[in-house]
Design a protein around this ligand. Structure first.
Ligand code: PLZ
Length: 423
């Protein structure tokens, strides 16, 4: 029995089966683009722990910052005894997020927790109840964020009842609706005005490019039109940049590509090189409304996670990982464009957030079975790929932004073969 098989046996007896893994090999160590499993087999990493280890695994500046911090102190709770790194991370967030207006930030542990807090803040600031989210949207697995998430399986099924006052509007999905950004926004706004009422809307919450929902890139103009509508309706426009943020799309934040300045931005994942940290950043005029003590949590902005974030942000800046994301994205997109496969309906994305959507040839009918067989073929050949999408028919590529070209090309060779051998 291999070491992974042995571990898998132990896992089945010890770990709740509701928690699953994409592969059944167990990791021993990982670096900037590869994972090595406990049997010594190398995997090419096109997942980065779901868009987290953009600076690579165990990036030198992250390791150094964490080791220094862990030796100084591990935790005091920022609500009890504050420390500099929390303040520094907030300063960085306020400076790096789009918008030159005065901002404040608050730190949390997970993406879902950041989203929950953004909704709390928007409701507090507006004294309104309704939150508008979109088809295919993903915002987390806690009770409120399950309600905000669109897809029932596996995220919501059997876990209700869900939080009230959440309304879902149609997303701009150019491949499937053929609408311009303006037309798709008008369709969404009409539903919001007729079914929710502008004066009831606390927040519009949207991923600038949807992650779990299928790397759906809205048509140009969709996001600006929604942001304008939110402003005129007195609602808070929240961009969930948890998957798109921190250089992934070729800029610090995806909102920048569409020229929007969200009122609030949620961040997590790539912010801290693999340590759990999340943030809500936004207009001081909104953030400052909440009463003292209204936001917080035991571990939010833990000093080790903050140290890691400062190391990760410095790495992104010195290595110019936004430029790296654009380069990696172009390499992946070129290779996908050269694949002559009848199931490919669309290659889309921005920067190093690239996806390919698979359908039954000549139709728009999703082909989840083919997606799954190509995914398995990649895994069998040592390439760690992930799928996504409401219909399970989208391949997504999220390599660490420090991945060397040679490894990227090797991964793309495996991918090409997997497409060639599966029709
Ligand atoms: N918002 C846009 O992508 C997390 C989760 C996958 P947490 N996405 C990966 C899974 O199956 O659980 C995510 C996201 C966006 C919020 C979240 C939630 O972030 O850190 O997982 O809570």
């Amino acid at each position: 029995m291999s070491a992974s098989e042995d571990l898998h046996k132990r896992r089945l007896a010890a770990v709740a089966p509701g928690v699953t893994s994409a592969i059944s090999s167990y990791v021993d160590n990982a670096a900037g683009g590869t994972l090595t499993d406990v049997d010594g087999r190398e995997w090419i990493d096109f997942a980065a722990g779901i868009a987290v280890t953009s600076v690579g695994n165990s990036a030198p500046l992250v390791v150094q910052a964490v080791q220094d911090q862990v030796a100084r102190f591990t935790h005091t709770c920022f609500m009890v005894a504050p420390y500099e790194s929390y303040v520094s991370v907030c300063e960085q967030l306020n400076a790096l997020t789009p918008g030159t207006f005065e901002k404040r930030s608050a730190l949390f542990n997970s993406g879902a927790e950041a989203v929950e807090n953004a909704v709390k803040i928007a409701r507090y600031a507006t004294r309104r109840p309704a939150v508008v989210v979109f088809d295919h949207g993903y915002h987390g697995r806690t009770n409120l964020t399950m309600a905000l998430t669109a897809k029932v399986m596996p995220y919501k099924d059997g876990f209700g009842p869900f939080a009230p006052e959440i309304y879902r509007a149609p997303m701009s999905y150019p491949l499937r609706d053929g609408l311009s950004g303006e037309a798709a926004a008008a369709r969404a706004i009409d539903i919001i005005e007729k079914q929710v009422g502008a004066s009831n809307v606390a927040a519009i919450l949207i991923e600038p490019i949807q992650g779990e929902g299928g790397f759906v890139v809205p048509a140009p103009g969709f996001l600006p039109a929604l942001a304008d509508w939110a402003r005129s309706a007195g609602a808070v426009f929240i961009a969930d940049e948890i998957q798109t943020g921190f250089c992934r799309t070729g800029d610090w934040f995806a909102s920048t590509h569409e020229g929007i300045e969200p009122d609030l931005i949620t961040t997590a994942k790539g912010i801290a090189g693999g340590l759990p940290l999340a943030g809500v950043t936004g207009r001081a005029s909104i953030m400052d409304t909440v009463h003292a003590g209204g936001l917080g949590g035991t571990y939010g902005g833990n000093p080790i996670a903050c140290a890691a974030a400062l190391g990760a942000i410095e790495t992104m800046r010195t290595l110019d990982l936004a430029a790296a994301a654009r380069r990696i994205g172009a390499t992946i997109t070129d290779r996908l464009a050269s694949l002559d496969h009848p199931a490919i309906a669309e290659v889309r994305g921005r920067g190093a957030m690239v996806a390919v959507e698979l359908v039954k040839p000549g139709t728009l009918e999703p082909d989840a079975a083919l997606t799954s067989s190509i995914n398995k073929a990649c895994h069998a050949a040592g390439l760690l790929t992930l799928t996504c999408g409401t219909y399970g028919n989208v391949f997504r590529f999220l390599p660490p932004l420090v991945m060397p070209d040679a490894i990227l090309e090797r991964g793309l060779d495996i991918l090409s073969h997997a497409f060639d051998n599966n029709h």
